[in-house]
Design a binder for this molecule. Sequence first.
Ligand code: BG6
Length: 369
Amino acid sequence: EKGGWSSFMAKEISEEPDAIANTLLGRVHDGTVSLSELDPLGADTLAGIERIIVIACGTAAYAGMLGAYAIEKWARVPVDVQLSHEFRYREPVIGDRTLVVSISQSGETMDTLMAVKYAREAGARTLSICNTQGATIPRESDAVLYTHAGPEVAVASTKAFVAQVTALYLLGLQLASIRGSLSPELIAEQVAELAAVPAKLSEVLQSGETISQLARWMADTRSVLFLGRHVGYPVALEGALKLKELAYIHAEGFAAGELKHGPIALIEPGQIVFVVVPSPRDPLSLHPKVVSNIQEIRARGARVIAIAEEGDAAVLPYADEVIRIPLAAPLFEPLLSVVPLHIFGMELAAAKGLDVDQPRNLAKSVTVE
Ligand code: BG6
């Protein structure tokens, strides 16, 4: 039930901190991760995995992209993310040292199910990350790691997305522990970062009113662009997808580094661009690069809405609006920066008088190929 909320989506966005906390529950203790759900795969098999392929559709695929950054960094295993419906037609190179991780909120998406079956027949190990107990995809997989986001009713996925990212991060840390690629101290550091996310996210939810105001101002907008770099890139893609799905606005997400290779040609006066800004403390030093992207688009008349860390003053001279997120280590920032974009999509749809829970032409789970 909606319980006083204007829509299921509003309720589900408010539950994003809990979705993360509940997905961590019982799986982290004293700075360590223990996922007994992976036992059916065997620790030896996991230690010997040479490649991971993540398969998913829609929002779940963007969660997969975020997971890929974390798993590669922590467990030092190459990770590819492929759309389920593309995967098997490319004759993927897979074998018994490949782990295929499927992500599906419903566990019933036909394209993902068929991809899992294909992977299993080709000899791969299969792990399902799923939000629905006893669904078909987990039943067809060697092991299942459930996300505990609770039932998601709105067609556009929100709380399941952050729970999927959380589950993938736990998987990355568990693999790092099995494979010895991260010291126990570094694992404990990441666990602490992850455990701190729900409280920070509750703070982000407080900025909901600013975002809905922004959305009301933009109700007539015909096109919105989203830029992000590194882990901000999947966030940009997710922000764009939400606007298409919910508000029927043409929206595109780009990797900020691609700007000068094409998308900058789209910038004309008044074009709205959301920019996911990495932390100025980021050891990868991406912050000045993204700030310079902002300068480039601003000089061409773009209206810039920056999503930036609290205290980041470098964005102020160039941004028309700044949405603040609390400080977090780089890999954890997306769990905070994505939520204002979920709110924005919902509020813009609401400002246009649209049904945010049941967008036209879409279904919660697509059970045909
Ligand atoms: C789409 C939904 O049809 O399916 C998206 O509209 C969702 O919100 C996608 O991300 C994948 O669904 P699932 O259940 O496999 O995660």
